[in-house]
Design a protein around this ligand. Structure first.
Ligand code: F6R
Length: 261
C-alpha cells in the first residue's frame, strides 16, 4: 500500500482524478469501479473538466440502495448520472450498478459478479471509506471473503448518509447491495480517497491496525496495488506518516504528480 498525503483537500481530490484520467488515457477501454458519496462528487467534477473520453470505458458501481428505483433522486444510479454520466461521452449501456430492486437480490448479485467477470475484471476500483470503516457498504463484520450481496446498513452509516434524505435517518434505506470485500480485492488496482478529520481515526485503524472484519477497509492491506490518497486532516492520526512520505518522495513514478501532493 502506498499512502499519499496531500496538503489540501482540493489537491487530494485533483490527484485522485488525475490518476484516473491517466489510466483512461493509457487504456480508453478500461473497466472502472466507481464509488459514490460526498467525497467523490468533486473527483467526478474534476474528471468532467479534464475532458478525458469515456467512450470506450465500462463502469461497475460498488453499491446501490435496496428499494430505490433508478429514477429516485437518492439512488446511486441517479447520483452517477448527475455527477458524471450526463456530462461525459460514456455509452450508458456500458455502465452497471447493482440492482437494488430485483425480486431475487441474491440472484441479481450473482449476475452482477458474472458481468464483472465477463468484462474482464475491474482495472481500477475507486473507493471511499465510511465512518464505520466500510469500503463499499461492507459494514463491520462483513466477511473479508464476501462477494456481492445485500447487507443491512449500520445506524451510523444511515446517519452519515441522512443528509441526502432531508436529514431524516428513517428515510435512508435499511439495506443495500454491495460488492463484497473479496470482489473489491480482485480489482487490479485500488484507489481510496479520504478527506477530513471525521475520517482520521478509521484511516489510521484501516492502514496501520490489524487486518480485521470489524474494519473492512483494513483488507486493503493485503492488496498488492493499492494507493490511498489523503488530505492532512484525514492523515492526522497516522503513526507512520514520516515513512509514508519518505516512500512517496523516493518513488519516481509519483514525479508527474508532485504539483498535487
Ligand atoms: C459509496 C460507498 C461508500 C462511501 C463512503 C464514504 O459508493 O461505497 O463506501 O465511499 O461511505 O462516503 P462519503 O464520501 O460520503 O464520506
Amino acid at each position: 500500500m502506498e499512502v499519499l498525503v496531500c496538503k489540501t483537500r482540493e489537491k487530494a481530490v485533483a490527484l485522485t482524478a488525475r490518476i484516473i484520467e491517466k489510466r483512461l488515457r493509457a487504456k480508453p477501454a478500461s473497466v472502472l469501479g466507481m464509488a459514490t458519496g460526498r467525497t467523490m462528487e468533486e473527483v467526478y467534477t474534476n474528471l468532467v473538466q479534464s475532458g478525458v473520453s469515456f467512450a470506450q470505458t465500462t463502469t461497475f458501481n460498488l453499491d446501490e440502495y435496496v428499494g430505490l428505483l433508478a429514477e429516485d433522486p437518492n439512488s446511486y444510479a441517479s447520483y452517477m448520472r448527475h455527477h458524471l454520466f450526463d456530462h461525459v461521452d460514456i455509452d450508458l449501456t456500458k455502465t452497471h450498478l447493482p440492482d437494488g430492486m430485483a425480486e431475487d437480490l441474491r440472484a441479481a448479485a450473482q449476475a452482477y459478479e458474472a458481468e464483472i467477470t465477463k468484462a474482464g475484471g475491474i482495472d481500477l476500483q475507486l473507493l471511499g471509506i465510511g465512518e464505520t470503516g466500510h469500503i463499499g457498504f461492507n459494514e463491520p463484520f462483513s466477511a473479508l471473503r464476501s462477494r456481492t450481496r445485500d447487507k443491512v446498513l449500520t445506524p451510523a452509516t444511515r446517519q452519515q448518509n441522512a443528509e441526502c434524505f432531508g436529514g431524516d435517518i428513517n428515510k435512508v434505506p435499511v439495506r443495500a447491495v454491495t460488492m463484497g470485500v473479496e470482489t473489491i480485492l480482485e480489482a487490479r488496482e485500488l484507489l481510496l480517497l479520504a478527506c477530513g478529520s471525521a475520517k482520521a481515526n478509521m484511516i489510521a485503524k484501516a492502514i496501520e491496525g490489524p487486518l480485521c472484519a470489524a474494519i473492512t477497509a483494513s483488507a486493503l492491506q493485503i492488496h498488492q496495488n493499492c494507493v490511498v490518497v489523503l488530505d492532512e486532516q484525514a492523515a492526522a492520526e497516522l503513526m507512520q506518516r514520516e515513512y509514508f512520505d519518505l516512500v512517496i518522495a523516493n518513488e519516481n513514478k509519483w514525479d508527474e504528480y508532485r504539483d498535487l501532493i
